[in-house]
Design a protein around this ligand. Structure first.
Ligand code: HEM
Length: 416
């Protein structure tokens, strides 16, 4: 057996303290010191980081059967989302994917994205102009969640009623992923009270939306109606209220911070030089440098071999779009923000770009996220001039998603 090289770490916790202190720096250092497949230990768990395009394709796509999502991270996330698309259980995943994927085809959103955003963004831009400033992270979060609620559920709910409890859930989930031993696995009652309260707040909203939708004689044509109407091809059964709740909470959790944080990065880096680049290219480049899902985890179901190294059954395999997108062999001058990398005549290097993942678990919300982001970027840069105020901490804060230190303030003036 050929073990992959890697940092030794401490006797009991292994590399967990170094990972917790700065996960991006820890993984980047491991790559520099040990090469594109390296092994490390986090408490009792063994992990392998894999960072060559061919190896990533092997794990997520070509040999996806050899890997599953029965990972600690998926397990912790399922405490919030229940049995849904993010569930480690392949049966639940298949059922939800069959129902949700058709509801997210790009043409399904024709004509709905722009009005949902404009209703929130246009008045917001007036406020930014009046005060001459905007906290771009908070505003992107508010506008994305508000627009998503309109697009998915045709509802108008104050964004904070959803984003505040989601924030608690995401922070709590990340804490549990980082902890080598989690007593809440023994009993749901050991979940912190704040966690349970946040779940209760979200459930009250989504279960209310589901009940109202079931009672409607002429429901609107949106994602919730499509989920309520979906029937299993084999049994003809529709989703229960619990399944609808799990699907809905999953979409909210997976979609809001990912899109909002990448958008905030797009504004921060495009302002002052790249505003006239096509919005699709600005957003693609922001997600290259700041992929919201900065690490993807799988578990080896059976023993495998990646490159020259043996991967034992049960080992966790980590793939980091953050590292892949900054590899200087794939991306010349990787730290430079340059939307023209994505112009039609310079397609990105093959298999070197994966902000939405790869293979069967590839993001279902991809077209929605891109549609929302491109419309917001185009509308704002068409009318306003944004400049980053100096002296701010822009370092990324990795959690479940790649976050920012907040607030990030930008100066706002009228364009032209
Ligand atoms: C810029 C925004 C987004 C980014 C960067 C992103 C990224 C990703 C990535 C990397 C995965 C694959 C994870 C894996 O393989 O384990 C994923 C899966 C997923 N995403 Fe997104 N996402 C974004 C927006 C959205 C939106 C708007 C929604 C829905 C409203 C969404 C819903 C999901 C769901 C449900 C999955 C699980 C798919 C599955 O396992 O079958 N995402 N996303």
């Amino acid at each position: 057996m050929t073990r992959a090289p890697g940092p030794k770490g401490g006797l009991i916790l292994g590399s967990l303290p170094a990972f917790k202190a700065d996960p991006l720096a820890f993984l980047a250092q491991g790559l520099r010191d040990h090469g594109p497949v390296f092994r490390f230990r986090m408490g009792p768990f063994t992990a392998h980081l894999v960072n060559a395009p061919d190896h990533i394709d092997h794990v997520l796509s070509r040999n996806a059967r050899g890997y599953d999502k029965a990972t600690r991270s998926a397990d912790r996330i399922a405490a919030t989302t229940g049995n849904s698309l993010l569930s480690p259980d392949p049966e639940h995943w298949t059922r939800h994917r069959q129902v949700i994927q058709p509801a997210f085809q790009p043409r399904r959103f024709d004509g709905t994205i722009a009005p949902a955003i404009d209703a929130l963004l246009l008045p917001a831009m007036q406020d930014w102009l009046r005060s001459g400033r905007v906290d771009i992270v908070a505003e992107m979060m508010r506008i994305v969640i508000g627009a998503a609620i309109r697009i998915l559920f045709s509802a108008e709910i104050e964004a904070r009623r959803i984003s505040d409890p989601l924030e608690v859930l995401l922070a709590d989930t990340w804490r549990r992923i980082e902890a080598p031993f989690d007593l809440s696995q023994l009993s749901r009652h050991l979940h912190r009270r704040t966690f349970r309260r946040a779940v209760g707040q979200i459930d009250a909203i989504v279960l209310g939306l589901i009940a109202a939708r079931r009672a409607m004689a002429a429901p609107p044509d949106d994602v919730l109606t499509r989920l309520v109407a979906a029937r299993s091809a084999e049994t003809g059964a529709g989703l229960t209220d619990r399944e609808l709740r799990d699907a809905t909470v999953t979409l909210l959790l997976a979609g809001h911070e990912t899109t909002a944080n990448a958008l905030a990065r797009a504004f921060i880096h495009a302002a002052g030089g790249h505003e006239t680049a096509p919005p699709a290219q600005i957003f693609a480049e922001a997600m290259r440098l700041y992929p919201s899902i900065w690490v993807i985890e799988r578990r080896a179901r059976v023993a495998d071999r990646i490159g020259d190294f043996d991967i034992p059954a049960g080992s966790s395999v980590l793939i980091s779009p953050w590292l892949l997108h900054r590899d200087p062999r794939l991306w010349p001058d990787p730290e430079r923000f340059d939307p023209s990398r994505f112009s039609a005549d310079t397609p990105p290097p093959r298999r070197a770009y994966m902000p939405f993942g790869l293979g069967q678990h590839r993001c279902v919300g991809l077209h929605l996220a891109q549609g929302i982001a491109e419309h917001i970027l185009a509308t704002v840069f068409d009318r306003l001039r944004l400049r980053l105020l100096p002296g701010q901490d822009l370092r990324p804060r990795p959690g479940i998603t790649l976050r920012h230190a907040v607030p990030v303030m930008m100066e706002v003036t009228r364009r032209g």
